[in-house]
Ligand binder design. Structure first.
Ligand SMILES: [Zn+2]
Length: 499
């Protein structure tokens, strides 16, 4: 804990001095949108965030958490989101037991876990493409409340991902009604592209009709035809805020996104789970329907291929390691097939276990979102330890904000950027003893060189510690020194502030 903040001249010879001459010293950064959920279960320490100066991560985003589940649905959850889940000791599947298992393994950074709507839905009704029965909805609500009792910070949705994509708004509202004043609703919107404004309105409606606080995840306007729409989306959000909705948003500082390659498929391809999807990808009739569905760009699903083009999709990670760092056009060239069949080939060969980096955004939108006073910073970094050529945000988000948007483009002042990464994030997630340097706060601190800090990464060469972070202290102990992690899982699981 920080005992007091005092002038440099108040110095005692017997004190242990940590040098910060010439450095900028700030609270440890808070990554409000992380997918590092599996990190504690990895044998190696997941240092991707702490080397950036991050000391706290909000996990369980985009509707995806590793619990709760049931013994019957555990395999389905693993095949949908985290194959390594099946390597773990079986548990009763409860959120409480999952938290206990993580606590036992230990945390590199502090974790603030959300419970995912996709995960709840898989537990209650699998990957079925329909609305839940009243019983199933009640079961989801009960599991949500158990997760909140156990220490979840709120409910996340990922409404472009199956099975979340099969839900209607009233289902989300029914669940959000069970949230409590010290928890919140976070959402990967139902569309970040053609139906962006409708999707923002849906998230705001969830907040307005239930009184719950809302966090709009990785806010963006995806696809060339939608560039500029953040002007309207931010206006919608500001209008809701003026009506009393407690709503914020977050952003990552890149023009490309990243997600599972299977997100390129329309919802009907996902019904029934991974095996059913693979069967459709091997069926010629289904494939010609798929080709037409992607090409015609009709509404009804988030058509990522249409928005980015095959040249704009770079394979990030695959189960086998093949194709990583290649665009779908390049894969097609190598296999002597058209890029559509390259997409199908990778999905089938890798049994759907592939992720992509996808070029969808425009600098004007990123800058408009990042400068909004209610925007925090989230990496949306890939699942911990998934290897390959992940989107560089996994290793570089926070240094890049300081390099590109503070130092180079002067989009943000240094103070404004730090506020987004620290105090604002702590305010949104109600972390009362993090995010500022003051007496009584936990000593999560980072020291960096504001003149040299940089991510120094690119999309085909994305795995490296950033430059310019001098040291990171977590809970008063130095855990990063000279670009190396020297800690021993000194992080902890955070609990929501009392209501
Ligand atoms: Zn997301």
């Amino acid at each position: 804990m920080i005992e007091s903040v005092r002038a440099h001249s108040d110095f005692h010879a017997d004190w242990n001095v940590v040098d910060a001459n010439g450095l900028t010293v700030t609270p440890g950064f808070i990554d409000v949108h992380s997918h590092a959920d599996f990190g504690p279960f990895l044998h190696d320490d997941d240092t991707t965030k702490v080397l950036q100066g991050v000391t706290t991560e909000v996990v369980g985003n985009c509707g995806i958490s590793l619990a709760p589940t049931t013994s019957e649905r555990r395999t389905l959850l693993a095949s949908a989101f985290e194959p390594r889940l099946s390597e773990l000791e079986p548990s009763d599947g409860s959120f409480a037991q999952y938290l206990a298992a993580m606590d036992e393994r230990g945390y590199v950074t502090n974790f603030a876990p959300l419970v995912g709507h996709n995960t709840l839905r898989i537990a209650a009704l699998g990957m079925e493409a329909r609305e839940p029965t009243d019983d199933e909805l009640a079961q989801m609500g009960k599991m949500l409340e158990e997760a909140l009792d156990a220490g979840a910070f709120g409910l996340s949705t990922g409404l472009i991902y199956p099975p979340g994509t099969f839900s209607v708004t009233s289902e989300i509202v029914a669940l959000a009604e069970r949230l409590r004043p010290n928890t919140l609703y976070t959402s990967h919107l139902r569309s970040e592209a053609d139906a962006l404004l409708e999707a923002v309105a849906e998230a705001l409606h969830v907040g307005e009709s239930t009184g719950t606080r809302v966090q709009i995840s990785h806010h963006k306007a995806a696809g060339r035809s939608n560039w500029g729409k953040t002007r309207e989306s931010l206006a919608l959000i500001a209008a809701a805020r003026a009506r009393g909705v407690d709503v914020h948003q977050d952003v990552y500082p890149y023009l490309a996104g990243s997600t599972s390659l299977r997100a390129a498929l329309p919802p009907e391809f996902h019904a029934g789970g991974a095996e059913a999807t693979l069967a459709r990808l091997r069926d010629d009739t289904a494939l010609s329907k798929l080709a037409a569905r992607i090409a015609d760009g009709a509404p009804g699903f988030e058509n990522l291929v249409k928005q980015a083009g095959y040249d704009g999709i770079l394979i990030a990670t695959t189960a086998s390691g093949r194709f990583e760092g290649m665009t779908l056009s390049e894969v097609g060239h190598e296999l002597a097939v058209d890029p559509f069949h390259a997409l199908v080939h990778v999905l089938v060969q890798e049994r759907l276990e592939a992720t992509m980096t996808i070029f969808l955004m425009n600098e004007g939108d990123v800058e408009r979102v990042i400068t909004d006073a209610h925007t925090a910073i989230g990496s949306d970094g890939a699942y911990a330890g998934s290897g390959g050529k992940p989107h560089p945000r996994l290793f570089g988000t926070f240094p890049r904000v300081l390099a590109r948007y503070v130092r180079e483009r002067r989009t943000l002042s240094l103070g404004a950027a730090i506020h987004k990464m620290t105090a604002l994030a702590a305010h949104i997630f109600r972390l009362p003893d993090r995010g500022t340097l003051a007496a009584g706060q936990i000593a999560d601190i980072v020291a960096f060189d504001a003149d040299t800090i940089s991510d120094d990464l690119d999309y085909r060469d994305p795995v490296r510690a950033p430059k310019g972070i001098a040291w990171v202290m977590q809970g008063g102990r130095t855990v990063v020194q000279g670009h190396s992690y020297i800690g021993a899982r000194n992080g902890e699981r955070l609990r929501p502030a009392p209501a």
